[in-house]
Design a protein around this ligand. Structure first.
Ligand code: ARG
Length: 262
């Protein structure tokens, strides 16, 4: 197990960190190859990773609304492990349609959730699977340990560095504590959940956005926002997927249901 550098003010700040240390899962380690089969990389049409996502149906990806750079600029890659390196397990699909949640608010980050309908379905195999989702309205208790994974953003591009999937475990923080005046001071809405250690050091970071926070095998969170990365006072903030389960099902299956009803 190789441990990642902790991107904190002890080591460097977002402004002073060398680009290679920026925007990776903080305090975690390299995932085993193809062990997280439902994670996808959202890439620019030039092949630059910018966000994560979860495959929830052969035709659909769950991600963050703030990852919307426009369907024509995006490529979805499933079965990936080292992003920027072709390993033969990857599957590529262009988006057909982006469905941003109608209540998404880019200034408060509320309802930061988006579904991407693919032009062609992903093939489920040894490297690609579907992510289980929580039921509508189910919560996760404070202290429950969950796992967040991602590739982070490579601001250098060019592919000289190998970007391997990384992962870290973080406990759920109550909304009351996350909203306290010492922390996010009321900015956490009912559509958000927080996760992180009281001592900080382990977190998602820029470029992990849209990726999954998995608790008990289900995607309870989508990496959304934060204040720095791994800061003891500021846990990572995730979109609460269980608040959107009904919207997800209606978006994915609603059209099929209408077609078969007569
Ligand atoms: N908004 C960031 C992104 O675009 C993700 C931030 C997550 N930050 C955190 N400290 N957990 O990738």
């Amino acid at each position: 197990m190789r441990y990642n550098f902790v991107v904190s003010k002890l080591y460097c700040t977002l402004a002073t960190c060398p680009p290679l240390l920026l925007g990776r899962i903080v305090g975690g380690y390299t995932a085993a190859p193809n062990s997280i089969k439902y994670i996808v990389s959202l890439q620019s049409t030039r092949g630059q990773h910018f966000c994560g996502g979860s495959l929830v149906h052969r035709y659909w990806v769950l991600t963050a609304a703030h990852c919307n750079i426009g369907a024509e600029h995006m490529m979805i890659v499933a079965g990936d492990y080292i992003v920027n390196t072709f390993e033969g397990t990857e599957q590529y699909a262009k988006p057909h349609r982006l469905v941003t949640h109608p209540l998404y608010n880019r200034s408060t980050n509320d309802a930061d959730i988006m579904l991407i309908k693919l032009r062609a379905p992903m093939v489920l195999n040894k490297y690609v699977s579907l992510a289980p989702l929580p039921r509508q309205g189910t919560g996760v208790v404070e202290g429950r340990v969950c796992r967040v994974s991602g590739w982070g953003y490579n601001s250098l591009g060019g592919g000289q560095a190998r970007f391997t999937l990384r992962t870290v475990t973080v406990p759920i923080v109550s909304t009351a504590r996350c909203n306290s005046s010492e922390s996010f001071n009321g900015n956490i809405t009912a559509n958000m959940i927080c996760a992180g250690y009281r001592t900080g050091g382990k977190d998602a970071c820029k470029g992990d956005s849209g990726g999954p926070l998995v608790c008990g095998g289900r995607v309870y969170g989508v990496v959304s926002w934060g204040n720095g990365c791994g800061d003891a006072k500021f846990p990572g903030v995730y979109t609460a997927v269980s608040k959107f389960r009904r919207w997800i099902d209606q978006t994915i299956y609603g059209s099929y249901l209408r077609c078969t009803r007569y």
